[in-house]
Design a protein around this ligand. Structure first.
Ligand code: ADP
Ligand code: MG
Length: 262
């Protein structure tokens, strides 16, 4: 797709994925299971990049590599030009299933990252307040995760990632376990949050509507082994409408380009 002057691609990348491949030993020990091949792309400052691909195509494997939780068997990942070799607070992660500490209150969960990094208590408290307000959870500071709905727990997860003020946020199908209505609501919420407090985001999903609702750019993944099939610049204004003719056109275009051979 055409790129106009001054768009995201003309800036320096926050993250570079350079020819990344990942193979695992096959379960029966008979050989290699190649999951990712030749993954080559950049992520730009304040861009909302969506990686869209079918289930089991290696999305979590790729995000783990971007985070530094796993190492590629080929290629490398650079964060601001530095090779990624381990996880770091500059790369925040929002997980598929909420991974909040059940024994901690909402405010303790959100403040956990800044606290372990020994930020002054006053700053920890300021961040907790700021980011709970951002995700609309002011008043729930003393609640425990199991007292909250699934959508609220994911809001806490987002606030917790924001509280570290990371350079980039990696989101692994964060709304995949929510019911359809809550999922729509959370997609709108995430857009509102991101418009208010922009961050560089890599968001993974197997849901085309979610991808189109959120993305500045969509990378379409295709599998066996997973590689990049196509890239789409999404220029529709926000908030987007699921039944807008342009939305439906892009939905058709992208799904037609998916390989559904599993
Ligand atoms: N630790 C591992 N050991 C062996 N194979 C793995 C491992 N992690 C992932 N895989 C393989 O990678 C494939 C893709 O997994 P995953 O990244 O979780 O996909 P997705 O997140 O797109 O659903 C799995 O089907 C599995 O074959
Ligand atoms: Mg996954």
């Amino acid at each position: 797709m055409e790129r106009s002057e001054g768009n995201v691609k003309t800036k320096t990348p926050v993250l570079e994925c350079r020819n990344v491949g990942r193979s695992f030993d096959s379960y029966d020990g008979s050989g290699k299971n190649e999951v990712l091949r030749g993954m080559d792309f950049e992520v730009y400052e304040n861009e909302f990049l969506v990686l869209f691909g079918a289930g089991q195509c290696g999305k979590t494997t790729l995000l783990n590599i971007l985070a530094g939780l796993d190492m590629p068997t080929e290629g490398e990942v650079l964060a601001r030009g530095q090779k990624v070799t381990k996880p770091a607070p500059e790369r925040g992660f929002v997980y598929q299933k909420t991974s909040l500490f059940p024994w901690m209150t909402v405010e303790e969960n959100v403040g956990f990252g800044p606290k372990v990094r020994h930020l002054p208590e006053k700053e920890v408290q300021e961040r907790v307040k700021k980011y709970l307000d951002l995700v609309g959870l002011t008043g729930f500071e003393k609640s425990y995760p199991n007292q909250l709905s699934g959508g609220m727990r994911q809001r806490v997860g987002i606030a917790r990632a924001y509280a570290n003020e990371p350079d980039i946020m990696l989101m692994d199908e964060p709304f995949g376990h929510l019911d359809a209505q809550t999922r729509y609501m959370m997609e709108e919420e995430l857009q509102r949050i991101w418009q208010k407090e922009k961050r560089t985001v890599v968001f993974v999903t197997n849901n085309i509507e979610e991808a189109l609702f959120l993305a500045d750019r969509i990378i379409l993944l295709t599998n066996c082994p997973t590689h990049i099939k196509e890239e789409y610049e999404i220029n529709m204004p926000h908030p987007r409408d699921y039944v807008d003719p342009e939305f439906l056109r892009l939905r058709q275009l992208i799904t037609d380009n998916m390989d559904l051979t599993l």
